[in-house]
Design a binder for this molecule. Structure first.
Ligand code: FAD
Length: 369
């Protein structure tokens, strides 16, 4: 923060009023929007209406031959779509996408830029922020628009040195909340002197808007000034992972296993359970660390954040880092032999018992249902 402030000061104060609208980087892969893009359009819609003053939510779609994605963006709440298309943007490259995003942000001056905390979002956002000399809060789980001045907020809520903040500012800044110190506290972060305000947001945390079939909006085609020499990497081939691809973020039902399974063979039962109920297999970090299952299944702070309709936690104690990734699930069912396990504090349904007895019974009941 101090470093950014120093750079910003060196370049002179930023005219905050020149920046307007909420931008969402609508991440797409092979011509398909990621779920998190739609969640962020929903969140951007909410924020833009809260800010008022005709603030719009704008989806920015980068790639090649992706104009068809604009329709989906409008239907999920975007007022405007910025389309940045070029043959050189066919596949994601750090250099290429950073360049076109930075150019577009400099030209159109959005007030807020949101990206999904995906592998690509986590690669792109810090580079864009650094080139723009602006702040970035990574891995947010909550965003709010501040309505009073920063100094009021800072005085009431933090021990920040507020002497450099302008008490008369009525700037409506973004309050960004993210877990800190291993998930043991929630930090609220503000970037008061720079624009745009940038955040990456975890998938599965924000709410998509209900689809408004046939909705349309404004389309702005941005002509990217990009050349082959701007991109230092060359993609020779794209090889799909031989590993089973798990789509935890989009799953409606997740059956997760933890250290309580005892060994790797326990996941055979969890897989059977998941197949039976139409779910996918998740896990705690303890199970991943023990080598029982691949990291792509891990739910939690250093794994995937999920929000299924039903989350089964089997032999998982409920450590805060695990909860950080699944506690917003619609229904949580915990199976644990320890009645005092913290997972029961967040569970909607709790079954105290040995999972090797309970899960086969659930599978049997499911067959009879
Ligand atoms: P344990 O805590 O050992 O719990 C096992 C549970 O199984 C116990 O409650 C026990 O009562 C129960 N049990 C045992 N046998 C049976 C049985 N037969 N039937 C029923 N119940 C049984 N963890 C994550 O999960 N995801 C993360 O992303 C993550 N990120 C982390 C990041 C950091 C920086 C740190 C420090 C830690 C992180 N952790 C994460 C680790 C986390 O702190 C816990 O260590 C981990 O979640 C514990 O996994 P567990 O619940 O499977 O194991």
């Amino acid at each position: 923060f101090k470093a950014i402030e120093k750079t910003a000061e060196a370049e002179g104060p930023v005219d905050l009023s020149a920046y307007k609208h909420v931008w969402v980087y609508a991440e797409q892969r092979r011509g398909k929007l990621m779920n998190v893009a739609l969640e962020l359009i929903g969140e951007g819609h909410r924020l833009s209406r809260e800010i008022g003053d005709d603030t719009k939510v704008c989806a920015v779609v980068v790639g090649n031959k992706i104009e068809h994605l604009a329709k989906e963006c409008y239907e999920y709440g975007a007022d405007t779509v910025y389309l940045i298309e070029d043959d050189l943007l066919e596949n994601y490259t750090t250099d290429g996408y950073t360049k076109v995003m930075v150019d577009a942000i400099k030209k159109y001056k959005p007030e807020i830029v949101l990206l999904g905390a995906t592998h690509i979002g986590r690669d792109l956002a810090p580079r864009v922020a650094a080139r723009l000399n602006t702040g970035l809060t990574a891995d947010c789980t909550r965003l709010d628009v501040k309505v009073s001045s920063y100094i009021d907020y800072a005085n009431k809520n933090t021990t920040l040195d507020t002497s450099s903040l302008d008490p008369n500012s009525d700037d409506k800044g973004l309050k960004q909340t993210r877990p800190a110190f291993g998930g043991n506290l929630m930090a609220t972060i503000i970037c008061p002197k720079t624009r745009p305000q940038m955040s990456t947001v975890r998938p599965g945390v924000m709410q998509k808007k209900e689809k408004a079939e046939g909705a349309t909006g404004e389309l702005i085609k941005v002509n990217p000034a990009i050349q082959k020499s701007d991109i230092r990497t060359e993609i020779v081939d794209i090889v799909k992972s031989a590993k089973e691809i798990v789509s935890l973020t989009d799953a409606e039902i997740i059956c997760s296993g933890g250290r309580g399974l005892g060994d790797s063979s326990g996941f055979e039962m969890i897989k059977k359970f998941a197949d039976k109920v139409g779910g996918v297999v998740g896990s705690s970090r303890a199970a991943v660390d023990a080598g029982w299952i691949d990291h792509s299944h891990q739910v939690g702070q250093t794994g995937t954040t999920v929000k299924p309709r039903i989350y089964f936690a089997c032999g998982i104690s409920g450590a805060i880092q695990h909860l950080a990734g699944m506690q917003t699930s619609d229904i949580i069912v915990a199976i644990n032999k320890d009645p005092d396990a913290p997972i029961f504090e967040v569970a909607d349904y709790g079954i105290v018992g040995d999972l090797y007895k309970v899960i086969p019974q659930i599978i049997e009941e499911w067959d009879n249902a």
